[in-house]
Design a protein around this ligand. Structure first.
Ligand code: AN7
Length: 347
């Protein structure tokens, strides 16, 4: 058995890297494609899998693109990197910058980043700036900062990000022996849906490609509305985005794939997240559960969920432990077996 070598080494021939690119890695990528168990019963006409991106080194899919973007920044001699983030991009940027000795500045919307993600950026030694406003405001400032201070911008405007992220499509096709029929995923800035499409198109060579089903939170659903929104709001803070950076590429990908976008409510997101955790043993963050909520909703709305279906679970639930407040609280008991038995009986 050969050990997984990380994204740059595994996909060197399909990434824009050369001899001068440092072989940066935290062994990202190579994530599991887990067959659905309990939830499979909800989709009798389909074979459902989870692409478990929470298994990446910083707990989200962002590591695939960030390793390429930071390696290229180092190759170009940048003194550091800067990004705006709803949390996961900043956690990943901070980790990879730390790993290769670059400075990292992250610009975050105040009060709207999950606790685990903020802890990651701080522990990895990033300069953490909080601004009043939302992600879209933070992104404007990150661009200006990059221009003014010569730091490499590692948001998804950075072309290397999407190049790295497309590798998840290669892994899925490899595991299934071809592309799935439907790829379901959450959409925020729409970088990931664009990257998957690029990956599947590169692989297909004119052959089969999946339909892309993108899901947004109802309070932050500019693609569903067909226009940007100024005050996005959702419990899924990772995708609390009103002006997606990759608008045009995502619209093209959706159209070319014969795909669709739809919105789900915060209650549906929390319900799907709970079911994944309690019935499948997979604790994913709210934004990621959006695609499961979307598949459940699709079935109700009469969209057939058939064939090989892959739901991309983009980030780990441990990043946002506050969601556990939506479950029954732990109960204080006397330290006796009777106490435990009474609790069990009441459950
Ligand atoms: C768990 O970290 O935008 O549609 O700044 O963290 O490619 O934006 C995160 C986005 C889905 C949406 N799931 O992906 C950020 C950020 C999780 C995420 C998305 C994000 P895109």
């Amino acid at each position: 058995m050969t050990a997984w070598p990380g994204v740059l080494a595994a996909f060197a021939d399909r990434l824009p890297i050369g001899d001068g690119t440092p072989r940066l890695t935290l062994l990202e990528g190579g994530t599991p494609l887990i067959p659905a168990a309990a939830l499979a019963r909800e989709f009798p006409g389909a074979t459902l899998y989870y692409k478990w991106e929470g298994a990446n080194p910083t707990g989200s899919f962002k590591d695939r693109g960030m390793v390429v973007a930071v390696a290229k920044a180092a190759e170009a001699g940048a003194p550091g990197v800067v990004c705006a983030s709803t949390g996961n991009t900043s956690a990943s940027a901070a980790a990879y910058a730390a790993r290769c000795g670059l400075r990292c500045v992250v610009i975050l919307p105040e009060g709207k980043v999950a606790a685990g993600k903020l802890a990651q950026a701080r522990m990895h030694g990033a300069v953490v700036a909080m601004i009043p406003g939302n992600f879209d405001d933070a992104l404007r400032l990150a661009r200006e900062t990059s221009d003014a201070l010569g730091l490499a911008l590692v948001n998804s405007f950075n072309p290397y990000r999407l190049e790295g992220q497309k590798t998840a499509a290669f892994e899925i096709a490899d595991a299934l022996g071809g592309p799935p029929d439907i790829l379901a995923l959450p959409v925020g800035n729409a970088g990931n849906i664009s990257a998957y499409w690029r990956g599947f198109v590169e692989l297909a060579n004119g052959g089969a490609r999946p339909r892309l089903w993108g899901f947004q939170a109802a309070g932050a659903a500019p693609f569903v509305r067909g226009a940007p929104i100024s005050d996005p709001e959702t419990i899924a803070t990772a995708i609390r985005i009103g002006r997606p950076a990759s608008w045009d590429t995502a619209q093209r990908a959706l159209a070319e794939s014969g795909g669709r976008v739809a919105a789900v409510s915060d209650d549906e997101i929390l319900f799907a997240q709970r079911r994944l955790a309690a019935e499948e043993g997979i604790f994913t963050e709210p934004a990621s559960a959006t695609c499961i909520a979307g598949l459940l909703r699709a079935r109700q709305d009469g969209h057939p969920v058939t064939g090989h279906v892959v739901a991309v679970l983009t980030g780990h639930g441990l990043k946002d432990p506050a969601v556990a407040d939506h479950t029954p609280p732990p109960v204080r008991i006397e330290a006796t077996v009777d106490g435990v038995a009474a609790l069990l009986a009441a459950h």
